[in-house]
Design a protein around this ligand. Structure first.
Ligand code: GRF
Length: 218
């Protein structure tokens, strides 16, 4: 079966991109990375993709005429690369409504919280300030409202009493690197469909049925 062709949008270090590239190296993985696009020419993730032999494209948003014009250029690049699905992986620029509409149900994002809690920036700082005992990460389809859209998969991560922003971010990031390739596999193998704001999945293995306690009762 033909592999799903994925375009990855990044702005920075690209550790989630690296996790997706690693998964896609396996011959039986149902998706391949067709192109990596960054809105920042200096993004470290671009170098990771180049080293892996994946086509890259740096589109500098600072010299674009407008957000719409920039997104049109990105759309054109994605089409030329034959992309079926977009994965946003630390892409730090708000997308135009037209772009989001064009890629409706064909664009996913990873976010470092258990959405709908903590959309936006500084998720770990806010979770620590609120004293939550469990946080996590979410992969979801992209809608116009930032960090909303049908949720494909989530991972719950405990917050420890000793955590600071950095240690919590590192624990959540490790979960992101497992969750994102897993969620992409679910989509690429045709096991996910969207029903309103919910996902119907035909399951790749069983759902966890045990609860995550934090702290854990003895
Ligand atoms: C990740 O925490 C991701 O959830 C968020 O931005 C960060 C990107 O990190 N959207 P990286 O560039 O993938 O390392």
């Amino acid at each position: 079966m033909a592999k799903l062709r994925v375009g990855v949008l990044i702005s920075g270090r690209g550790s989630n991109l690296a996790a997706l590239m690693e998964a896609a190296r396996h011959p039986d993985y149902p998706a391949e990375i067709a192109i990596v696009i960054s809105n920042r020419p200096g993004a470290a993730g671009l170098e990771k993709a180049r080293a892996a032999g994946i086509p890259i494209c740096a589109l500098d948003h600072k010299i674009a005429e407008s957000r719409e014009a920039f997104d049109r250029a990105m759309d054109e690049t994605l089409r030329q690369a034959g992309v079926d699905l977009i994965c946003m992986a630390g892409y730090m620029r708000v997308l135009s409504d037209a772009f989001v509409e064009t890629w409706h149900n064909r664009m996913i994002n990873i976010h470092p919280s258990l959405l709908p809690a903590y959309p936006g920036l500084n998720t770990h700082r806010r979770a620590l300030a609120d004293g939550v005992r469990i946080t996590g990460c979410t992969v979801h389809f992209v809608r116009k409202e930032v960090d909303t859209g049908p949720i494909i998969a989530q991972a719950a991560v405990p917050v420890l009493a000793t955590d600071d922003e950095e240690s919590l971010a590192a624990r959540v990031l490790a979960a992101e690197h497992v969750l994102y390739p897993f969620a992409l596999r679910l989509i690429a193998s045709g096991q996910v469909s969207v029903d309103g704001n919910r996902i119907i999945d035909r399951g790749l293995g069983s759902h966890a049925t045990s609860s995550l306690f934090s702290p854990r009762p003895e």
